[in-house]
Each structure stands twice: as C-alpha cells, then as structure tokens.
Write a protein that binds this ligand. Sequence first.
Ligand SMILES: [Zn+2]
Length: 163
Amino acid sequence: MEIGDTVEFSSQWCRNTGQLTGDIPFMQGPIVDLQPMSGEKKVATIDFNWLNAHGPDAHIKPPQRMKALTSNLHLVKKGSGPPPAPPAPPSKVSKLKTLATSEGYEGTLEFLEEFAMDCIVPGICMNEGCDYTGSNEPDCGQGWCEMCHTNTVRSGLLLAGII
Ligand SMILES: [Zn+2]
C-alpha cells in the first residue's frame, strides 16, 4: 500500500474486533501518510469518508482522520502514487531559439551577432504557451507582454546570458 491508495478496514479485522455493525465497516478513504513500524508493518493515516456508511447522518459527516495498521486494511483502489511534478517552465535556451527563429535568423548565434551591440533588441515572453516578441532595451528583464498583460518579456541578450 502506498500514499494515495484508497483503503477500507478489512472484513477480517471487523470480524475479529466484533465491528460488524456501525460505521466502521463502511468507511473508505485515501492513505495520506505511511509510517514504518517493526517488520513489514506500517501505520497508515487515512482520511476516511463516510460515503458508504448507513444511518441518517452518514452523508453529512466530515471525513475522519484515523490511524490503522496496514495489515488491518483492505486495498479498495490503487492510487496514482505521489502527485506528478509540475512541468518545468520553458528553458531560456528554448525561448531564445524561438525568438531567433521568429526574428528570421538561422540560429541563436546569428541572432546574437546581430544584436550584441544594439541598444534595442528583440525579446520574448517567458510564459509557457506564449511566444510574444517585442523590442526592449538590452538589459530589459521585465518587458510588457501584450498577450499575457504581464511583465514577462526578456531581451534575447539576457536570455543568452550576455548581460
Ligand atoms: Zn506572453
């Protein structure tokens, strides 16, 4: 069992402890924490919800956080594991390439040779999915993007690390 898996108390455990009635056998929820114990045993922290519970107030109870040995739990649904890492923001190199190409240059080198000494150089918006380009001062790190309405346009020279 891993964090994110949905579990319930095993029917075996319910029988052994006499909990055949009441809400306990109907509780399910995701594991939010796992702590190792001795041997193979682990203590799981579960946010049990009561959606499957019976009774008049079963559906209005808030989730209840409980700890239980994993050996007393039964896996209901495999979770997706730990949440995936957010996608990396576009790199300076890829943005610089996009900028050079959109300005009509073969590659970043040609672009840099052309603008290294200029006082106004093209820049590109650093937001993902936006390739707005506009001209800025060479040291501009916060040019205005007309598309995103944010100060996210970086000059090509800044991207290249020349300044
Ligand atoms: Zn933008």
